[in-house]
Design a protein around this ligand. Sequence first.
Ligand SMILES: [Mn+2]
Length: 338
Amino acid sequence: MDENLTKQKIKELRALVSEGDRVAILLQDDPDPDAMSSAIALRTLLGRNKLTTPIFSFTPVTRPENKTMMHLLEIEIAPADTEELAAFDRVAMVDVQPPYFNGRLRRADIVIDHHQGYAPNDAAFQDVRPGYGATATIMTEYLVAADERISERLATALLYGIRSDTLMLKRRVTDNDIEAFTQLYPHANYNLLRQIDRPELPVRFARVLARVMRRFEVHDGIALLHLGRVERDDLIVQMADFCLQFEGVEWVVVSGKLDDNLVIAVRNHGIGRANAGEVVRKLFGEMGSAGGHRNMSKAVIALKDWRARTHTLRDSAIEARLRELFEAQIRGESDANN
Ligand SMILES: [Mn+2]
């Protein structure tokens, strides 16, 4: 957006909030990095702190990397309550719009978002830019136009917000997003970013690793491991990323039992035309949820459905069956493409 227009918007925004006002910032359910970073950016822009401008959400953050971001960057999000929100002088919303809350919220005074398709709302201040890849980009433009100092913490949060909403600048990305990304880049803390990307492994997971890595082998470029029961989804994903680093590995399949499901993560190096998303859709599309893109995909199958088909939930049997399925499918795909 044009810098003069942005400056005008900042004036409007700041005029709406008086010094003594209590302001609530409300985020979507299970807040994501774009929402969290936009919230702390709005606070900076308004010259406020966590006491005068707390952040709320109706449901807590659940994704492991988002939780890690929240903890590392010390972002506090309080549970929202319709009555409590009504008592604030101003309610602001970032990365979401009033209709999303379906009556859980009575009013919003400030709405800054990049989602499209919401019915118009009557907030006094609105800035909705559906073309943008992230709300964090809009917030970065505000901070730059306002000449605000962008702290390391804020830059790291916004950079991560833009990165995750645009899948590393690969999806729905505009020149504005890239420009904001470039402006934030020199101010961010890369150590923190790396820690967010790779959540710490529980010490107990070392035992799982020691047990399963003994079976690690590469057949026709495929490395496949079933971990048995795991406590977190990201352990399966981290294991898949780890296995992709071994020599001769072109495809990785790592599965684990998580709650009532069998979760399968697939990775490849993206050589050739074979597509990880296609492979899981063909194998498991009718059995559970399966999808992803070229290099990275995932399937989630209810354990009861797996048992109905294969008559067992023994870990060794699951691994053997997955090996058969994936070897045939991946080989079939590459034969078809040659
Ligand atoms: Mn967003």
